[in-house]
Design a protein around this ligand. Sequence first.
Ligand code: NAD
Ligand code: IPM
Ligand code: MN
Length: 351
Amino acid sequence: MDSLKIAVLPGDGVGEDIVPDVLPVLDRLAEIHGSVKFDWRRYDWNCRYYLEHGEMMPADGLDQLSDHDAIFLGAVGDPARVPDHISLWGLLIKIRREFEQVLNIRPAKSLKGIRSPLQDGNSFDFVVVRENSEGEYSQIGGRLGTGADEIAVQNAVFTRKAIERAVRYAYQLAASRAKKVTAATKSNGIIHTMPFWDEISQQVAQEDESITFDLQHIDALAANFITKPHTYDVVVASNLFGDILTDMGAAMMGSIGVAPAANLNVNGKWPSMFEPVHGSAPDIVGKGIANPMGQLWTAKMMLEHLGYEDMGEHLLGAIEAVLADGVKTPDIGGTATTGEVIAAVNAEIGS
Ligand code: NAD
Ligand code: IPM
Ligand code: MN
């Protein structure tokens, strides 16, 4: 039987409330399917670790993580005690960058049993392919001057290689879905990077005419998400645009607590990392009401990535059945606790 060595990083906040309790569900799923077992290795690297050690992970932390089949992460950030630029760049973004997790795949679709803020009947099913390595999230820039003359500059960096890679991936994904790719742009207002983005995405688009392609300005696209979400299949976006669109996608489903994500390493050199779209939710931590569905759906993406599609489908089926049954945390209109939702998914999986 295969054994999967998975690095488990609950991280901060609700990550610690959810992640440890999700693992037995996955063990049970593995037991039922009988083809694999999990070798969970837990790493408590988070803001508490930072306050004790002065760094978010040990100096050889990346080396330790590199020797795993995947990384399963909760969330990072405890902004009341550690500034976000320290915690995020010291752990989450460091892993994404160093392990060349260059794409962030974030699906969103209407779910039965959750009231979406969208008009009734506006059902949707799309995936955002977020460029995850560069763009607006560059380390180039700085602050200059003082007082009223102080300025801050951030240089967005776009490479041909990364744009091509993101658009090609979107095309591959669309080929197995509804055959439509929308690229998010802002070439009417951003004069250096976005026309370059348009040019390269149009070049990639010309390679496969079986897929419908269009470019939409990010502002209009954001509005269209609300008014005609059913018109999207695969949306490819830069790092920051993708970040914002995927919180929108989460909200359209009913809560950020249900949205999953996969940070993919596509050159096979390093493990990929699976973490939900939401953050550490400091406002609800420790209350037992954090929605575990985003983390569970993220586990489904991890299983799929590792080649266990049948287990992934089984898990997503259980998630959808539990939501349809009305076992829900308060963010999506229910009264169940985190533990009750996880127990319901566990029961739904069967034996
Ligand atoms: P957040 O996603 O943590 O919270 C936004 C809102 O959504 C809050 O009201 C929160 O209670 C709610 N929410 C989030 N997850 C939920 C869940 N599972 N169930 C129910 N409700 C949920 O975003 P924020 O408040 O902007 O950030 C808090 C911290 O998390 C910051 O330090 C931020 O940088 C960090 N963050 C980390 C990640 C990550 O690790 N991937 C992602 C986003 C934010
Ligand atoms: C996300 C988060 C991160 C991002 C933050 C915490 C740096 O918002 O994973 O969506 O912007 O990528
Ligand atoms: Mn985000």
